[in-house]
Design a protein around this ligand. Sequence first.
Ligand SMILES: Cc1ncc(COP(=O)(O)O)c(C=O)c1O
Length: 382
Amino acid sequence: MRVKALPLEQLRQRTSEKWREYPEDVLPLFVAETDFPLAPAVARALEHAVRLGDTGYIASRTPLPQAYAAFAQRRFGWTPDAARMRSTADVSMGIVELLRRVIAPGERVIVNPPVYPPFYELVEEAGGVVERVPLRDTGGAWELDLDGIAAALASGARAVLLCNPHNPTGTVHSAEALDALARLAREHGATVVSDEIHAPLVQRRVPFTPFLASGDAAAEVGFAVVSASKAFNLAGLKCALMVAGSAEHAALLRALPVEVEWRTGQFGLLAAIAAFAPESDEWLDGLLLTLDENRRLLGSLLAEHLPEARYRMPDAGYLAWIDLAGLGWGDNPARRILREAKVALHFGPAFGAEGRGHVRFNFGTSPEIITEAVERIARIRG
Ligand SMILES: Cc1ncc(COP(=O)(O)O)c(C=O)c1O
């Protein structure tokens, strides 16, 4: 059964960033929060905890690693070793903690623009220096530039911060590309940290390969950082898992200060366990159906009302990367759209120079809001 977004009057009562950054006349389609109600099992777990006042610190042993391993087996056909995982507050913090331990200050970390803007800051927070190796646009798809990555590694880059699936393009990297990346990293003694926060949102007919499952090399060189937070809209509850592929990397996880794990939110943990449980699978499948319809609806609305827009349907997630350069609205069309159409989209250039002329549109909402947003934008086209 499809998951339906909440009505706008209810959404406006929310107090999170999506609903408080802009005044009420703006339709907020920028930050990666969704407009759906909580999955029932997640809501029940949280309500139960509220009734009990179960709001203390997370326990030193929790069922989350097992819950994620079982989820990954059901959804991706991959069973990571639950003994090789540790939780932390969020994916961003997991990335910083891992990078910090695999690079020395000042060493270079490869990112693949256009990419989730905080990646640039997370590398710096970990003491690294960003090395940009943009995705290659083949005309029909985006893919990792393996030659560019090989050159960067050969010249001394020490790590790759991978986004799998990729934000903002919604690209699901192929198993072959991931394995090739892992082999390159192994050849050069580098580490890959794979951000898989959008993985639960890969569309059902698209084969998804977790980086650590892409081959022996990946298990040797890689870490994944995963969370239920994007699919189940739990970002404010603070829970993510760092996953090691090898015994050596598992030892690195175990050596992290216990405080890294203690920053996990108890509500985030309880919600994630419920989200990864088999009883939430049906809800997640319903959400994917809704997002499939929404990504198609967005395509047809753009074709009808904004024929200059260039849009490729993402294979994962609820974020659309749209090239509006054809409208002649400058490097950052989202500014004019915010000012004149009262629709808040994410600024393309924030994702890297490749994002000039682009916007990122969050379609994790109702068909009515998507339609209204595109119509508002089309009206300022004149
Ligand atoms: C690729 C990617 N990584 C990380 C994050 C942030 O995750 P967290 O809130 O767990 O740090 C996001 C949020 O949208 C994201 O898209």
